[in-house]
Design a protein around this ligand. Structure first.
Ligand SMILES: [Zn+2]
Ligand SMILES: [Zn+2]
Length: 317
């Protein structure tokens, strides 16, 4: 670690002591802000049609979250037990899902049918015909990041529906007060991997949080640590030169680690408060290509983009 890094890490550590360890999602704004960000990033972007569609998908997620029916949550005893064992309270892998998530999927399929790019319309039209058992199997795969290639075009919609359900649960007051797990790289609420990390603006300016790819919970991790292996001395940053395919410059960088050869993107809310870990990630896939080609393996998924899915055939690079 060089001197400025050490100073930054020290400052973050100092601020990290005051910043909450875990920030639950804000249900009123998380999807609405993301949709607005997708819209802004779509403008003039080589993959603008696809990003604009994801804006509409995210607006539908917002509407579903605002009207979410009550669903079971872990009991106080179960939460205390999970906390004492350093386990997530709402484990993506193992939590008994309420069937409401399949209603979200049906609503996404219906609501997006006329707004989808041509290539995705048959995919959306076919979703209601999939049986419950098969949908639950696809959900299990999404939640374990074991994507069935035969269904890859459907999986981003399955993931979007599961995100609504898990975000609703994660935002309930009963889930407040979570602590970081012993494994720093997984979500303290649901145990999923992060989609990206964010450098906060405002009240906790400069503090780094990881952002959950499923439930939108954020958890604090000291800036200088690799998000995958925790090492501090082999972390460096890669950026896209130039405009980056329409994505704003300087907001997104890839944090690469020469110890574990993993990487995760970092979104700088301190440079642009509207930067979003999901939307800015999908607007900068060229950065993933750059870093993949340099031999680094991505440390967390963005389930709205599953390799091999129709989204991959989006126009442009
Ligand atoms: Zn989570
Ligand atoms: Zn590492």
């Amino acid at each position: 670690m060089n001197l400025p890094q050490a100073a930054a890490a020290g400052a973050a550590l100092q601020q990290g002591l005051e910043a909450p360890a875990v920030l639950p999602p804000a249900p009123a704004s998380v999807f609405a802000d993301r949709a607005a960000r997708f819209e802004r990033l779509a403008d003039g972007h080589a993959s603008g049609d696809w990003l604009a569609f994801l804006a509409r998908l995210t607006r539908t997620q917002h509407a579903l979250l605002q009207n979410h029916p009550p669903a079971d949550l872990p009991s106080g005893t179960a939460r205390a037990l999970a906390l004492s064992h350093g386990m997530p309270a709402l484990p993506a892998n193992g939590w008994r899902r309420n069937p409401v998530w399949r209603r979200h999927l049906a609503a996404l399929a219906e609501g997006l049918q006329t707004q989808a790019p041509e290539v995705l319309r048959p995919v959306l039209a076919g979703l209601p015909a999939i049986g419950e058992a098969e949908l639950e199997r696809l959900a299990d795969g999404v939640l374990r990041t074991e994507y069935d290639p035969a269904h890859s075009a459907r999986l981003p919609f399955v993931a979007a529906a599961l995100q609504v359900y898990w975000t609703w649960m994660a935002a309930q007051p009963a889930l407040a007060g979570l602590a970081r797990l012993d494994v720093p790289g997984v979500c303290p609420c649901c145990g999923s991997l992060p989609v990206a990390s964010v450098i906060q603006a405002g009240q906790y300016a400069g503090v780094r949080y990881l952002h959950c790819s499923l439930c939108n919970t954020e958890w604090n991790l000291v800036r200088a640590n690799c998000t995958s292996c925790g090492e501090t001395d082999k972390v460096s940053y890669r950026v896209l030169e130039g405009a980056g395919g329409g994505a704003p410059n300087g907001i997104v960088r890839a944090e690469v680690c020469d110890h574990c050869h993993g990487y995760l993107k970092q979104m700088r809310r301190d440079k642009d408060a509207s930067a979003d870990p999901v939307a800015d990630d999908l607007a900068t896939l060229a950065l993933d290509i750059l870093v993949d080609e340099a031999g680094y393996l991505r440390g967390g998924p963005n389930p709205l983009f599953i390799p091999g899915s129709a989204g991959e055939h989006r126009p442009g690079p």
